[in-house]
Write a protein that binds this ligand. Structure first.
Ligand code: ATP
Ligand code: MG
Length: 462
């Protein structure tokens, strides 16, 4: 596998090599097009200055050699030749000493030789210790024509300041490379940690510590990762407890049915007992049927496989019908229902909505006191339709309220026989599906109020 770190390192080195190449080519182009000419001109000027001095020395030929030797010591390489072919070198020796024919024009035609500006090789040619790589000027001494060829030696070209600059650039390059590599390591480390954490999640370990605090994009990634990890953990726990609850809720009525069926089979039971057992079996099988229906509904709502059958629903009428359906239970508990339900029609799935009122009303009855009250209202403001179910029942604590929309949650599990704990979870799903909100307000011993808000755009004008 190619690691990110290796890629980063290779990329850095490639960028460095490319920039060096481009820099080198550009510097050469500048050297070839302008610098080379200027250097040549400067050296011609120096050579002419020396030639002028030599020309003035005709009276004193003995000082000719010491003068050129001292120029050589100053950092110049000099080659002198006269028409008779007598030649002499001063300063550091040249490695190549053959001059082209063109250079002889200095002697023959008194022309200046521009060897430095014509020297072929690129920038590196500037340092070539070749007598061809010189400038040549003519001068006359004692009536005899001479040629003086000169170039600054490489030591002069590489002055101390050049060395300091070279070290400076080397240091910058080395420090930059080390810096980039260290930074790459810093950048890549959290990614390696994240990969490790992802593998742990795949192994269902949701507690892998990922302590990376950064303010950059990687920090954001880690933050999202942590949120995802918590959500997955929550989902995993919910899934496990759901399976647990489903098995338990199916198991207990099945065991009851089994037990009472066995009792029914025994011969020595009274008619009354027979009647009672049949009733229990009937009740438990109904309970199983409700549970299955509710689970199927929840699952299809969950997986978005439920196809909504949206139509015009006369809300007030639907709620009144629900009250009528539960009349016998209300009378049984002597609960008084009052309501204010002005006519309102909304776009909704009638069956799902009916499910909501069913559950809210049965809850208000089930968790109400004998001779309690229920108040149902429907109001409308600028943004929403509000439906309220208020009862004077047993109420709930704040802690319970936070859990009542969870699947299978029941405040008092000893009342388990009365329901499945799925009712409000379904209500919440249905209200979400209709883009509404549901809120609960409750006080122990005082009562509970469920408030549903549906967006006004669901309302149909009469
Ligand atoms: P199901 O509706 O599935 O038959 P359920 O009524 O027990 O069963 P939910 O409707 O989901 O389940 O309600 C969850 C729990 O919230 C109930 O068990 C009850 O403890 C509490 N609860 C719901 N409505 C009220 C209410 N009006 N007053 C007091 N407690 C309530
Ligand atoms: Mg209920």
């Amino acid at each position: 596998m190619k690691t990110l770190y290796r890629k980063f390192t290779v990329a850095t080195l490639v960028i460095l090599a490319t920039s060096l190449t481009i820099g080198f080519v550009l510097a050469n182009l500048i050297y070839m097009t302008s610098t080379k000419q200027k250097i040549d001109e400067q050296n011609v000027e120096i050579a002419e200055g020396i030639a002028l001095t030599l020309g003035r020395m005709h009276a004193d030929v003995s000082s000719f050699e010491p003068f050129l030797e001292s120029v050589g010591e100053l950092g110049y390489q000099i080659y002198v030749i006269n028409e008779a072919g007598e030649e002499a070198y001063f300063g550091r020796p040249f490695t190549k000493t053959s001059l082209p024919d063109e250079a002889m024009k200095v002697l023959k035609a008194q022309e200046i030789y521009h060897g430095m500006s014509q020297y072929k090789f690129w920038m590196m040619g500037h340092f070539s210790n070749d007598v061809t790589n010189t400038v040549g000027v003519p001068f006359t001494m004692n009536g005899q024509p001479y040629g003086l060829f000169l170039r600054p030696n490489n030591k002069l070209l590489f002055s101390d300041i050049h060395m300091i600059l070279a070290w400076f650039f080397m240091a910058i390059a080395v420090v930059s490379i080390i810096g980039v590599l260290l930074m790459a390591r810093q950048l890549i480390k959290p990614i390696t940690n994240l990969t490790e954490a992802t593998k742990e999640i795949a192994r269902e370990n949701f507690n892998y510590p990922l302590k990376i605090e950064r303010n950059d994009e990687i920090g954001q990634l880690v933050e999202s990762f942590n949120i995802m990890q918590k959500q997955l953990q929550h989902n995993d726990e919910a899934r496990k407890s759901f399976i647990n609850n489903v098995s338990h809720d199916f198991q207990s009525p099945l065991m009851n049915i089994q037990g009472y069926a066995e009792l029914l089979m025994s011969k020595d039971i009274t008619d009354r007992e027979h009647q009672e057992y049949v009733q229990i079996i009937d009740h438990e099988s109904k309970r199983l049927s409700t549970l299955t229906k509710q689970l199927l509904l929840l699952t299809s709502l969950d997986q978005n496989t439920y196809s909504m059958k949206v139509s015009g629903v006369q809300l007030d009428e639907q709620i009144k019908q629900t009250i009528r359906r539960f009349q016998w239970r209300l009378q049984e508990k002597e609960i008084e229902v009052s309501y204010s339900l002005p006519p309102v029609q909304i776009k909704a799935d009638a069956e799902l909505m009916s499910n909501v009122w069913d559950n809210l009303l049965t809850n208000a009855i089930k968790y109400n006191n004998h001779m309690g009250n229920i108040w149902i209202s429907l109001t409308e403001d600028d943004t929403s339709l509000t439906i309220m179910f208020k009862d004077t029942g047993i109420g709930m604590s704040q802690e319970n309220i936070s859990q009542i929309f969870d699947r299978f949650y029941r405040v008092d599990s000893s009342r388990k026989r009365d329901g499945t704990g799925l009712g409000l979870a379904i209500v919440k799903q249905i209200i979400d599906l209709h883009e509404g909100e549901i809120e609960v307000d409750s006080k122990i011993g005082v009562g509970t109020t469920f408030t549903i808000k549906l967006p006004l755009n669901h309302k149909l004008e009469e």
